[in-house]
Write a protein that binds this ligand. Structure first.
Ligand SMILES: Cc1cc2nc3c(=O)[nH]c(=O)nc-3n(C[C@H](O)[C@H](O)[C@H](O)COP(=O)(O)OP(=O)(O)OC[C@H]3O[C@@H](n4cnc5c(N)ncnc54)[C@H](O)[C@@H]3O)c2cc1C
Length: 650
């Protein structure tokens, strides 16, 4: 046996888990697109083995599927062909379905569902069609379900994307009211969230030999000082002293500058540059902190503006600058959540999918049994009810939209025509108006005749790639033995910088497994990027890397990290891992406006998201890209604006 195949056996790569049967989401698809041979090229262009082009269709129950989820090759194939210009050459003629709607919504994420809700609220008889290219609704807000074989089929519910209701005390009236309308009372989470679960559990920091010369796992345990912790790490001695100094005895390294000058200076450099060039720390400090922002921002401190690192609140090195909370710039650091006073606990077991499912319950009565936010958790959504002809709102999955055009001259358009692919066929529907709630970088390829400046703004709105893995563990004894709930891989080479035991929430009859002898979910996050580049450029390279990775690559990497970091706790990946779901978000967080990199548009014009979202005839724009802020409340606010523009049309 070769060395690598022996290592694969140790890691458990030979273990049977269902996800390999769903490689790249292809096995779950049904509709083979009757278009052209260029389909195979489109997939080959993604770095994957060429497959016949398919569009996702419903096979079984989407939240229960394992393996690759999220933006799979199957769901991305048509959008990528559009982008590459290989779609229309052989597309043939669309068939008119004969359907006419008041509104068509492109994209069934939280924003698209919210747009359908807002429109229907104003106009109770309205007929609305929501089209989405994936095989599940909710966009990033995705639910992952597991049944543990080792525990008699016990159900464990996890989140595959959008994680929590963040800072709900700072939400707008619009988004707060929407939560109430769909039955979410966020204060109830205080009752359901078991903070005591973390009482004696801390964080393990893993330094890999590839980055630090030797593997080293250190638990920062109860009462341990930073200096004691650092003593055990392989960082250079000067770096340890520097890190303690910037954390515990920071100076005003910008002394002599005014508030405004300090803030401007911080907006002109990255956090890594601030530490290296202004504070002048040892390079190991930057290396240690490099990916510390990846799970929150989807890029490292080499791409994060120093102003945003300061605004984040918990990054070391700023405490003595004497900066006040006055809004510095209309950028990421504008900090809508500055005044939040609530903890980060407002989390359904299925994350934002709970919100998406409650929206669907409102839109399509009977699709999701129950009538409370609690009952959402265990209710099985009936996907067969989403697109019934008698529904006032229909949600059509596996249906990538390829063209939206105003009927007639833009300024005086009488309606829209929307073309999409379903079960391998091009189809059209007509509507009085359309809301684009997909990511904006696709809009120029879809919306016919969009002005050049608007196209440019939309193309600018790229999103950062992310991976969220849910790993079903047979038990969590290794975590118990090590006394940890979180694992941070502080190495620039680490694919998975941050992992943690799933949030301890019990509600609606769903009991979180508090006993670590029981099976439970480990949540792992990755933000593939290329260090040294801007968020957009690093994200582009990261997306390419991600597309070139097979499921086996990702699985091997994940198992290897867990084996090496948790080994002292007795973790054995071949024995302890029951199932893995990897949610791929090649187009994840909306990047917004990233100082110091983004030079286009603002400050000389509107933010790019605003420029991209100007109403175009009967087409308006929702989605988080509109507000340049990647949070679900902004997805809701953007939906409200797009619907108002539809309803207030002269
Ligand atoms: C991993 C991850 C974690 C996150 N965590 C949080 C969090 O904790 N809290 C929070 O508030 N926000 C979080 N977010 C941000 C999240 O993006 C927003 O909360 C919100 O869910 C975005 O909703 P959206 O509808 O604007 O976009 P999306 O969720 O991206 O929905 C857009 C939809 O449009 C579809 N679409 C795209 N192109 C087409 C086409 N051509 N035809 C048809 N459909 C199309 C897409 O498939 C998708 O379903 C997270 C995001 C990610 C990626």
């Amino acid at each position: 046996m070769s060395e690598s195949s022996e290592r694969d056996r140790e890691l458990g790569m030979h273990r049977k888990i269902t996800r390999r049967d769903f490689l790249d989401g292809v096995a779950r698809t049904v509709g083979v697109l009757a278009l052209s041979g260029s389909a195979a090229e489109a997939l080959a262009g993604c770095g994957k083995k060429a497959q016949p082009l398919r569009t996702p269709g419903l096979v079984g129950y989407p939240p229960g599927l394992e393996g690759w989820q999220g933006q799979t090759d199957a769901s991305s194939a048509v959008p990528h062909m559009l982008r590459d210009g290989s779609f229309w050459g052989n597309a043939g003629s669309p068939q008119a379905t004969g359907e006419t709607y008041d509104l068509v919504v492109v994209g069934g994420g939280i924003s698209g569902l919210a747009a359908a809700y807002f429109y229907g609220k104003q106009n109770a008889d309205a007929r609305i069609l929501v089209l989405d290219n994936k095989d599940d609704f909710g966009g990033h807000a995705m639910r992952n379900e597991f049944h543990s074989a080792g525990a008699g089929g016990r159900l464990l519910v996890g989140y595959g994307g959008t994680e929590s209701i963040y800072a709900p005390d700072c939400w707008s009236r619009t988004s707060s009211d929407l939560l109430v309308d769909i039955g979410v009372e966020w204060k109830r989470f205080y009752k359901y969230f078991h903070g005591s679960f973390w009482k004696d559990l801390y964080t393990l920091y893993f330094f890999s030999k590839e980055s630090w010369g030797r593997d080293c796992a250190v638990v920062k345990g109860a009462g341990m000082s930073l200096a004691e912790f650092l003593k055990q790490t392989p960082m250079a001695e000067q770096a340890k002293r520097d890190l303690v100094m910037i954390t515990q005895h920071p100076k005003d390294w910008l002394a002599g500058l005014s508030q405004a000058e300090k803030k401007r200076k911080l907006s002109e450099i990255t956090y890594a540059q601030y530490l290296s060039d202004v504070v002048k720390v040892h390079p190991d400090v930057v290396k240690y902190l490099l990916n510390s922002t990846s799970d929150d921002w989807a890029f490292g401190i080499d791409a994060l503006a120093a102003i945003d690192a300061w605004a984040d609140g918990d990054q070391p090195g700023f405490a003595a600058l004497g900066l006040n909370d006055a809004r510095p710039y209309k950028d990421n650091a504008s900090k809508w959540d500055w005044n939040t006073e609530v903890p980060y606990i407002f989390h359904f077991p299925d994350g934002g999918a709970g919100v998406a499912r409650l929206l669907v319950r409102k839109l399509i009565p009977g699709a999701l049994p129950g009538d409370s936010m609690e009952s959402e958790v265990l209710a099985q959504l009936d996907y067969a009810k989403l697109d019934l002809p008698d529904n006032r709102v229909r949600i059509r999955l596996g249906s990538p939209v390829v063209k939206v055009r105003n009927v007639g001259e833009t300024a005086r358009a009488t309606g829209v025509e929307v073309t999409y692919v379903q079960n391998g066929r091009l189809k059209t529907v007509k509507a009085a108006g359309a809301v684009m709630a997909c990511w904006y970088s696709m809009v120029p390829y879809i919306v016919d005749g969009l002005p050049e400046i608007q196209q440019r703004a939309a193309l600018f709105m790229t999103r950062s790639p992310l991976l969220y893995a849910d790993v079903l563990l047979r038990d969590r004894r290794a975590f118990q033995k090590l006394g940890i709930a979180e694992l941070r891989a502080v190495s620039p080479d680490a694919l998975w910088p941050a992992s943690w035991l799933d949030y301890p929430i019990s509600m609606g009859g769903y009991e979180y497994p508090m006993d670590l002898d029981q099976p439970g979910l480990l949540h792992m996050t990755a933000a593939p990027t290329e260090f040294g580049l801007s968020p957009r450029e690093g994200g582009r390279v990261g997306r390419q890397k991600l597309n070139a990775m097979t499921f086996a690559d990702i699985e091997r990497n994940l198992r290897d990290l867990l084996a090496r970091s948790l080994g002292a706790g007795g973790f054995d990946p071949a024995r302890d891992i029951e199932a893995i779901t990897v949610n791929r978000w090649a187009h994840g967080y909306s990047i917004g406006y990233a100082w110091p990199w983004d030079k286009a548009f603002y400050p000389s014009g509107p933010l790019p998201g605003e420029a991209a979202a100007r109403p175009f005839g009967r087409i308006t724009f929702a989605g988080t890209d509109r507000s340049s802020t990647a949070y679900m409340n902004y997805a809701m606010d953007a939906a409200r604006s797009a619907v108002d523009e539809q309803l207030n049309r002269a």
